[in-house]
Design a protein around this ligand. Sequence first.
Ligand code: SF4
Length: 222
Amino acid sequence: MPSSEFNLLTLDVAETFVSLQGEGAHVGLPMFFIRLAGCNLRCRWCDTVYAQRPLKRFLTLSQLISLWEQNGALKYVQITGGEPLLQKNVYPLMEFFLKKGVKVLLETNGSLSLEKVPREVVKIMDLKTPSSGMEKYNNFKNLAFLNGKDEVKFVIADRNDYLWTKKIIFSFYLPVFTNVLVSPVFGRLDPRELAAWVLEDRLPVRFQLQLHKVLWGDRPGV
Ligand code: SF4
């Protein structure tokens, strides 16, 4: 049982739902998703605009844990946003799930320090490409907190983004210590074009399409 303190600690939550993981090494696995509200960035092609601003829909950690239990106590929990690291109470929540033996995935825009994120959490970190308009917020110091179970994600809208991505991958030797994912901005870049560039360059990355968008368009799940 969560500690009584969990009845007092709250998080601003945009939504919770069960869906299939849409990206990365865990693609296709059913998970419980917790999307926190509020983001410090404003990416041009943001697909979760509704979670950019704080919503003041506060749930206690106990309530969130109850929702997870009511939804089958799945062994995978993904915490996403918005930007989840803006809210400090996300840390005790991650610790709780880890202690329960749950695999915790954290999706972050990478602009805030990952230093205090527990090692066991699977970190899925964006590096913002130029077309996002948020490139200057990339915090490359965070690469020091990633390892072989974590993922760096580039979302690519055009050829310029691709060339930038390639340069970053090789400058920081990303594939040597972590997993590198590239995907096209949904509806903006033909996936076949990106696939052709990756193959032409023999780029050591995982090309991916967001499974949930293939299945359900802009909705996160069924
Ligand atoms: S970091 Fe994510 S949630 Fe924030 S604006 Fe960019 S795409 Fe949207």
